[in-house]
Design a protein. Sequence first.
Length: 257
Amino acid sequence: MAGVKQARDGAVGILTLDEPASLNAMTPDLLGALAAAVAEMTTKEDVRALILTGAGRGFCSGQNLKASEALGEDIAAGVMRFYWPAFKALRECRVPVVVAVNGVAAGGGFSLAMAGDIIVAARSASFIQVFSRIALVPDLGSTWLLPRLVGRQRSLELMLLNEPLTAERAQEIGLVRQVVDDAKLMDEALGLARRLAEGPTRALVATRALIEESEHATYEAQFRREIELQATIRKSADAVEGRNAFIEKRKAMFTGR
């Protein structure tokens, strides 16, 4: 598929943004290809985790300004038509998503990295909001995603001052899980994705949904919502296997069902 490479490593699907000449800058074609690739990969029942990364020297350098005309005169409508489906596909993916950030994640690329579930960063990685440098506000979900990861004050610091965030600093403030040498990035991302793929993926994704719902719920409402979802999840094949394995004192063998 143009713009996005697809590969498999057992139960792990690997999606690679493949426009290295522009540091994988966003265009309607690239984001459309990403949305389609997520959908295609996750229709395969034996895919139980995804990795998203970028080809070349960077993860994603943000919006390709040369392609902005393709969004049309109504920018909001264009972005929702061409870009939102890719972000939605990642955020609501039926399996966990590991993002392996190599090099720069700037502007909308920063937003794209946060749309996954867990970020692993190469030592060369850097994160920068960029927007206020050109008198714009953060977009593509940044003002929703970043405060939930690092808090209000650090989000404002990153958005107002536009200081590049090193991989090590990103780990310190909780944006990324792990920083590794560049040559080991995909090995580490694959190790993490395999671990997730071996887990009860239905329960893992339901946990993600509960976390997001909790941002807008009262304590009592969330308390009830957890139990309501639990009542459904506990009937799944993985939940039955988990209980049996615990009783029988053996390792559970989950299938994602």
